[in-house]
Ligand binder design. Structure first.
Ligand code: PMP
Length: 396
């Protein structure tokens, strides 16, 4: 007999979310996640993917994936430490270390997995973690899993970080202290103040951990935020995802050889969850090779980002303080934000509303993610729809 308590719990909570405009409907794409997508037979200009460089549909990656799939099969067949390590995984890890300018790297099945596995492999209940208040959900969950004391500091507030680092150190309560930050903050597009974070870390002997999911392939000639600031040899953990600029799926930690060796024996998703598919690993290798060869895609991404930002700003929208191609358009109230997104959708622009709990209450936004694959015509079309909807909803 199914549980009535569960049925009531689900029904009440789902209804409440729907009333508050906080229930996200999932629309399946009838094809690839490119600059134009198709949903229910209708095309949309896509401003919601993380496929920054357009590599998710790149023929060279598709070929690499097919070739590897033919050679290795569709699945790795086991966890990495039993016999799920194929040479495709080793090649990927070598390529990642080259890409990130580190001694070694370890690949995971996703960026989320990576944060869950990497933090808890090193930190425990005798430790403390200083975490930016706007860090990604996977960092928050990874920190919780570690059982370390989590001390949140105000977003990118270096005085607050310094003060809290000093206090934690002086307390004598903790064996290890880590500072952890996104490299680029995904909801606002601002860049972490890594040079100052490194100075504070060096002053108080902190372990440094940067999740560069949104900076890799975008900043630092593709190598990411750490390289952008010239700090490759001063950050302990460089975390990333292979699902955004790289266009595939997976996550990784790049760092010193000993760190990688330790994660290989202690990180639970690596030990207990089946490896990344070999086709994905090979496609990622190809993507990194493309990034190492040329900055062309990155250049196009930034040009498109600037174009969309200037267009929205000129129309009178609040685009926040983004320093990267991520272009938020801040609407505010949740129901209004959802309405805005629905109107964009009705006019052929797919740009999802991001609302609480992903961002704080009252700061609902449409997060636009222009990519290297968008044409000027697509961006112009999106801007004209923005103008129409903005005026209709009296936002501009
Ligand atoms: N970290 C950050 C900062 C992210 O934005 C994301 C993706 N939303 C992740 C980690 C998780 O990456 P993945 O999608 O590869 O699991």
């Amino acid at each position: 007999m199914p549980s009535r308590i569960l049925a009531n719990f689900l029904n009440e909570n789902l209804e409440a979310l729907k009333k508050q405009g906080l229930y996200n409907v999932i629309d399946p794409l009838e094809g690839a996640n490119g600059p134009v997508i198709q949903i229910a037979g209708k095309p949309f200009i896509n401003l919601s993917s993380n496929n920054y460089l357009g590599l998710a549909t790149d023929k060279r990656l598709i070929e690499a994936s097919i070739e590897a799939t033919k050679k290795y099969g569709v699945g790795a067949g086991a966890v990495r430490t039993i016999n799920g390590t194929q040479t495709a995984h080793v090649e990927l890890e070598e390529k990642l270390a080259e890409f990130k300018h580190t001694e070694a790297a370890i690949a995971f099945q996703s960026g989320f997995n990576c944060n869950m596995g990497a933090i808890s492999a090193v930190m425990d209940q005798h430790d403390a973690i200083l975490s930016d208040e706007l860090n990604h959900a996977s960092i928050i969950d990874g920190c919780r899993l570690s059982r370390a004391k989590v001390i949140r500091y105000n977003h990118s507030d270096m005085a607050d970080l310094r003060h809290k680092a000093q206090e934690a150190k002086a307390s004598g309560l903790y064996q290890k202290i880590m500072v952890i930050t996104d490299g680029v903050f995904s909801m606002d597009g601002d860049i972490a103040k890594l040079p100052e974070i490194v100075k504070i870390a060096e002053a108080f002997d902190l372990i440094t951990y940067v999740d560069d999911a949104h900076g890799s392939g975008v900043l630092g000639e593709g190598a990411g935020t750490v390289k952008h600031f010239g700090l490759s040899d001063r950050i302990d953990f460089q975390i990333g995802t292979l699902s955004k600029a790289i266009g595939v799926v997976g996550g990784y930690v790049a760092g010193k050889r000993d760190l990688v060796d330790w994660l290989k024996v202690r990180s639970r998703p690596f030990l207990f969850s089946t490896s990344l598919t070999p086709g994905s690993a090979a496609a990622c290798v190809k993507a990194i090779e493309i990034l190492l060869e040329s900055n062309e895609l990155q250049k196009r991404l930034w040009e498109n980002g600037d174009y969309l930002k200037n267009g929205l700003k000129q129309l009178g929208f609040n685009i926040g303080q983004s320093e990267t191609p991520i272009t938020p358009c801040i609407i505010g109230e949740e129901v209004l934000t959802q309405n805005f997104s629905k109107q964009l959708y009705a006019d052929g622009v797919y740009a999802k509303a991001i609302v609480f709990p992903t961002v704080p209450k009252g700061t609902g936004r449409i997060r636009n993610m222009p990519t290297a694959a968008h044409t000027r015509e697509m961006l112009d079309e999106a801007l004209s729809v923005y103008e129409k909807v903005g005026k209709a909803l009296k936002i501009i």
